[in-house]
Design a binder for this molecule. Sequence first.
Ligand SMILES: [Zn+2]
Length: 113
Amino acid sequence: MHEVSIALNIIKIAGEELEKANGKGIEKIHLSVGKLSGVVIESLRFALDVSKKDGPLFNSEINIDEVPAKMKCQSCGHEFKADDFYITCPKCNEYKLEVLTGKELIIKSLTIY
Ligand SMILES: [Zn+2]
């Protein structure tokens, strides 16, 4: 499962940040997951819960936000919300769309103590 490798990667990054900050543990982690990132938030949450046991996120509160997808039509400039890639512009029906937000998967914040 794709989400497991993402979870392991997040745990690895969190561990590196903890080491850099010379902290004892991580109180909270806040993730932003784009609607078009291909990541299922519930699966990611489950993968994190399962994988965090011995790691730096052992006792952490995990918050995950979903970032809505926004597209911009390259032909008429119309900006709109979208749920997937395979759509056309609702105004002019063009296929040439630029993804403005929704593809990201980032660690928004880490609270280290
Ligand atoms: Zn358009």
